[in-house]
Design a protein around this ligand. Sequence first.
Ligand code: FES
Length: 102
Amino acid sequence: MSEAQKIANLSDVKPGKMFRATIDGQAILLANIDSEIFAIDDMCTHEDASLYRGALKGHCVECPLHGSHFDFRTGKPDGNPATEAVKTYSVEIRDDEIFICL
Ligand code: FES
């Protein structure tokens, strides 16, 4: 497993909100859901759409383009048109900083 890298400060990801950050040129979408931080790839697996531009609904983000919902806990879409899961990342909180393993 790769070493954890800092991606954001805890204060960047407000409760009930999403935050997009780039690490090694890759856009990662963070969300603060019920005080837990999740991290997934920002790019939808169906077409080129930034999930950050979508809406956070419970534990899912709704793709802004065609409406698939991706679960932050599993990365899986709830149905068409997307069929492939987005990658999820394990998150570590150290003090007030968020780290993920790529
Ligand atoms: S681009 Fe996301 S569902 Fe089509």
